[in-house]
Design a binder for this molecule. Structure first.
Ligand code: OAD
Length: 250
């Protein structure tokens, strides 16, 4: 399927769902998780940083890790792929479903329907779950361990609102993602290995209805064999071209 053919599919679609993963933010300078060289999970053991047990055992180590990630996200900018999706929403109904915990889609101007894995900028009490919305203090240089803030209600440690391994996805966020995947005319899948469930199953809610699912990824993923067409390319290269074609330009 050629790029113009895919542009025609986009132009014909009324409601486009977009499932994004870490590859969406890669060209902003944010490391992905499973890239062999510099993926976060290649360098750090997720089981010691992204689980409830890890936090209960060493809240200061885990809190410092998330402070570093928050600082990294604050220091980068949305890329041309994020901006293209925001532009697409100017003339199409677009439902952005992201596995990413960064706020780059929002900073590019997109409204995000669903952060299925939560967000790096939403915090709550580890014990009583009371939301915490104080100003996040990020020291210039972040030591290896930083004591998390404490909950004003119960004195518990504050934790990031990210879904850790073994935790349930936020029910409303996931239901919204399922609803959009089950009602869209076309789905774009951008920058995900498709490994993590249940997010990786969302494209099948479109495929099962005979709707086209187009993947954008420089490499094969676990979804490549199932999608309607897999474009070998990056988010920042391909998405702007597709949006131009969807507008009937280029
Ligand atoms: P992965 O690191 O598993 O996969 C990133 C995908 O992006 C790979 O398929 C890469 O080939 C692709 N990629 C890399 N650079 C790209 C680019 N410039 N443009 C497009 N694609 C590119 O990340 P995810 O699939 O998002 O969970 O991982 C899913 C979840 O696993 C994450 O949400 C995280 C992690 O544990 C939580 O944070 C809860």
């Amino acid at each position: 399927m050629s790029l113009p053919d895919i542009g025609d599919l986009l132009a014909a679609a009324e409601h486009i769902a977009v499932l994004t993963g870490a590859g969406m933010s890669a060209e902003s300078g944010v490391p992905t998780f499973r890239d062999v060289q510099d993926g976060l999970w290649a360098k750090y053991d997720p089981m010691t940083l992204a689980t409830e047990e890890a936090y209960a055992e060493a809240p200061d180590l885990v809190w410092a890790w998330y402070l570093r990630r928050a600082q990294m996200i604050r220091d980068v900018r949305p890329n041309a792929g994020h901006l293209a999706l925001a532009e697409l929403a100017e003339f199409k109904r677009v439902s952005v479903i992201t596995q990413n915990v960064d706020d780059l889609h929002e900073r590019a101007g997109s409204t995000v329907l669903s952060h299925v894995h939560g967000g790096l900028f939403a915090y709550r009490c580890f014990d009583c779950a009371a939301p915490w919305d104080e100003e996040l203090e990020v020291p210039e240089t972040i030591p290896e361990r930083v004591a998390p803030p404490k909950c004003a209600d119960c004195g518990g440690w504050i934790r990031p609102g990210i879904v850790w391994f073994g935790e349930m996805l936020p029910p409303k966020a996931f239901q919204d993602a399922v609803d959009a995947s089950s009602s869209c005319d076309l789905m774009l899948v951008v920058g995900t290995s498709g490994i993590v469930q249940p997010a990786g199953s969302l494209p099948f809610a479109a495929l099962e209805r005979g709707k086209p699912v187009i993947e954008i990824n420089p490499e094969e993923s676990q979804l490549t064999a199932y999608v309607t067409h897999s474009l070998r390319g990056t988010a920042a290269e391909v998405l702007p071209q597709l949006v131009k074609l969807a507008r009937g330009e280029g």
